[in-house]
Design a protein. Structure first.
Length: 455
């Protein structure tokens, strides 16, 4: 691959000319140039001059077990020699069957059926369509609207945007999307002074109940990011909200869609975030079961695009009939791709073999010890942690904070990607103690530097 031998500057110039990068104002790259990456290993990414960058955001929250993980690499090589792809309509293959069975065994009880797509936004489209189509099949065609939390993020295709509450997107694409209502987010940063996260969550659940009382006859589903609203800036909330949401949705006959695209696959400390909301007040041994569970991002360990929507038997059965039109009308060319499913199976192997959830508890405990100097820094507020996610807000006047922080961190060999004034860590699970130390020290150095940045 001769391109990789070129200098960084030349590759960047060619990328600027030929590639339109996502989530980017391309002109900003004039001042904050693209970083060419040539290889990865563990938590590290390397540019072609050999400089390493600690990937503290798991490359947009997808990587679980490090870059170029030997076990996943081997599983992919093995599958590559057998079958790269076959359409899933009318055909099946071992990786997709095994993956569906293993996910069913791991997921909250009752989610027995897996529908696949290639990315998170498509999983959301599927869940929304399946929910509305279920109500149609059940003789309730009026139940076709959705609600989400304030500051929700569920992806950027037009259907997913219609349940996403981000002002920037609404301003640009409002004309293309369907109106939807939002209910108060239980994000504990919005609690009154002296009010606990739990009381605030219960207060928000009352607002949800009032909304459901009034609108349930038109509502298909309530879609939610369980425990952590990622793109909102790692907004965290008390699990009691999820329990109440489950009860209220059942009571008012509205589906609950759990978007675990970012928080699933162990990120919040349990395999799925829903597990942390006990199904009944006595603290049942299992958590709530949503009507739909959407997974993507980490599901392949960060290797290949794959998403899945899991749903309950009763919903599946409402589509099972002789008429074509009652069936679920949805497909993607790469639905259930065997390579992606093999990567996902390899990732599940690692969870089991390396006792990942148990070891992550120790990792998180160690991290919580060593972050103290950062946590106590005078510019740092709203420190928060759920499982393998840490976040804090920076008290700064700098309007370009996110971009300057990103650039300053890169300079120090660290990949941070703040959301507004929120800095967060969402590292691959293979991060070692020494690397955690580097992460904290380098971040502290960047925060100290940021005190000199003006508005
Ligand atoms: C990333 C994300 C999505 C969208 O997934 P894509 O693969 O980027 O389309 C949806 N919901 C949540 C909570 C996400 O974090």
């Amino acid at each position: 691959m001769p391109d990789l031998d070129k200098t960084n500057a030349e590759l960047v110039a060619r990328s600027m000319s030929a590639v339109w990068h996502p989530c980017s104002q391309m002109k900003r790259y004039e001042h904050f140039p693209l970083l060419p990456v040539t290889r990865g290993s563990g938590v590290w990414l390397y540019d072609n001059e050999g400089k390493g960058y600690l990937d503290a955001v798991s490359s947009w929250w997808v990587n679980l077990f490090g870059h170029c993980n030997p076990h996943i690499n081997a599983a992919l090589r093995d599958q590559l020699e057998k079958l790269e792809h076959v359409m899933l309509a009318g055909f099946t293959h071992e990786p997709v069957v095994l993956l569906s069975e293993r996910l069913r065994a791991l997921a909250p009880k009752g989610l027995g059926h897996c529908f696949y797509a290639s990315d998170g936004a498509s999983a959301i489209e599927i869940a929304l369509k399946m929910s509305a189509h279920y109500w149609l099949n059940s003789g309730k065609p009026d139940k076709s609207q959705f609600i989400s939390l304030e500051n929700s993020y569920h992806g950027e295709t037009t259907g997913a945007l219609s349940v996403t509450d981000v002002a920037l997107f609404k301003d640009a694409y409002g004309a293309l999307i369907r109106e939807h209502a939002t209910v108060a987010s239980p994000d504990w940063r919005n609690a009154d002074a002296g009010e606990s996260a739990e009381s605030y969550a219960l207060r928000c659940a009352e607002a949800l109940e009032r909304h459901l009382q009034r609108h349930h006859s038109k509502l298909a589903a309530f879609i939610i990011e369980p425990l952590v609203q990622g793109a909102a800036g790692m907004a965290m909330y008390h699990p009691i909200y999820l329990r109440r949401a489950r009860q209220l949705c059942s009571e008012y006959e509205v589906h609950l869609i759990a978007d675990e695209i970012a928080v699933g696959m162990g990120r919040t400390g349990t395999m799925f975030a829903c597990e942390q909301a006990p199904a009944n007040p006595a603290g049942a041994e299992h958590g709530i079961t949503p009507d739909f569970l959407c997974l993507s991002k980490g599901i392949t360990g960060g290797y290949l695009p794959l998403s899945v929507v899991m749903t309950r038997d009763e919903i599946y059965q409402s589509f099972y009939a002789d008429e074509t039109a009652r069936g679920f009308l949805h497909s993607h060319s790469y639905t259930g791709n065997p390579l992606a499913c093999s990567a996902a199976l390899a990732a599940l192997d690692i969870f089991a073999q390396d006792r990942v959830l148990a070891v992550n508890l120790e990792r998180a405990a160690h991290m919580n010890e060593i972050v103290r100097p950062l946590r106590n820094h005078s510019s740092v507020c709203n420190w928060r942690n759920t499982g393998m996610i840490w976040a804090f807000d920076v008290d700064t006047q700098c309007r370009d904070f996110a971009l300057r922080c990103f650039a300053a961190a890169l300079e120090k060999g660290l990949l941070l990607r703040p959301i507004g004034n929120t800095v967060y860590f969402m590292p691959p699970y293979v991060i070692g103690r020494e690397e955690m130390g580097m992460l904290v020290n380098r971040t502290l150095a960047v925060i100290e530097l940021s005190e000199k940045w003006n508005a």
